[in-house]
Design a protein around this ligand. Sequence first.
Ligand code: HAM
Length: 446
Amino acid sequence: MARKKKITKKFIKKSAKAHPQEELLLQPLRGTRDILPQEQPYWQQIRRVSEKAAADFGYQRIDVPILEYSNLFARSVGEGTDIIEKEMYSFQSRGGEKVSLRPEFTAGVARAYIQNGMNVLPKPVKLYYIGPCYRYDRPQAGRFREFFQFGCEAFGEQDAILDIQMIQMAWRILYLLGIRNAKVHVNSIGCPACRKNYRNLLVRYFESKKQKFCFDCKRRLETNPLRILDCKEDKCVQVAAGAPQSFDHLCDECRTHFKEVLEYLEELEIPFELDPGLVRGLDYYTKTVFEIYSESPEDAKNSALGGGGRYDGLVKTLGGENTPAVGFAIGMDRVAAEMKKLGARAYREPKPRVFLAQLGGLAKKKSLKMFEALERAGIMIAESFGRGSLKSQLKVADRLGVEITLILGQKEAIDETVIVKDMTSGNQEIVDAARVVDEVKKRLKK
Ligand code: HAM
């Protein structure tokens, strides 16, 4: 067994010398923030609505590590993407492994699917997740370095109806959260076979306009020409507007698949637009890709509330069986901000209906047990035990608007009774402490 080191004066002196005073910055890292109690009702509402929708649509929760081997993300999201090239939080662990904080969930969930042999489960395997992601991007409105996603992934089904179920679910969650003006942008980027032809066409078109590109797009022309379509620089947007469009160059299978997606979308009456510039910032996508935007006039095009698509090649790329898959994620930070802006309903904690006040040493001791008995019985109860005077405790009870206040004074504590005060009529009654739960329940029912 390791022996504990004795903390002597000499030890403290030595350790202070080894760690000279560094400036303590009382602030979180750039692009990260605290989500304070007053913000939590929005977040709680997002969690509740999303998790309920996931359960309704047959999805089961999965948690994957925040930290994974860096090459998992490089292989999934793609070497030439901004996320991998510029935005990963990567470092070497003490054991020398190259690891990264997850920039998104899909890669980790696909890894977990393969590693845990989920391929033998009845298809589609439907999983959902919720948690933080990290991208070292330039922080701005709606863009953080630590942000939170809720998302769903379905493995093992290639039918277009699943692509639509994803869109339907994402849209429905936003709708239930009070975001009624959301619009889906949709595109198909085809399979690797038809994308190759399209890519060649695109490169030929872009080569002739190369001098007009921003610095990044000049590089993208070599590494990832599709991403030029997604560039927000004015001069690149202008060039991209005249580019060939992917859905005009799909192979027969991809065209039929996309046609079905559009037909289902019309059937569902979800507002959508065909967006030829939508290519997404992750390389694993095939066929359908989509993003959801709030249609508020002041919303910039670069703040999607959610996005997703099909990724039929990812599981195989990572070493699993050939497995079609599709998914989406919504950005909880952006959704919370949008809810606030629209004045949407946040979660309201159920209000306490009973207040327990106490006075005197013995009563104070007994009040803890009485509180626990009521709480165990499922009664929403509040207290303010730290306050000494009865008057100030009753003030709190008033402010909370409870229906019943229980008063445990010195006499009641000795007699093993409690005063039950009806806050509407003001009537008081002394009740046996052993009967307090039943008495409160009876009164609340009334
Ligand atoms: P994504 O489009 O990169 O897709 O992220 C999904 C959503 O996360 C975005 O629409 C946005 O709301 C939010 N988000 C992304 N980056 C930030 C940021 N820096 N700050 C705040 N919010 C952000 C994915 O991550 C894919 N894994 C989605 C998916 C699942 N595709 C298939 N399955």
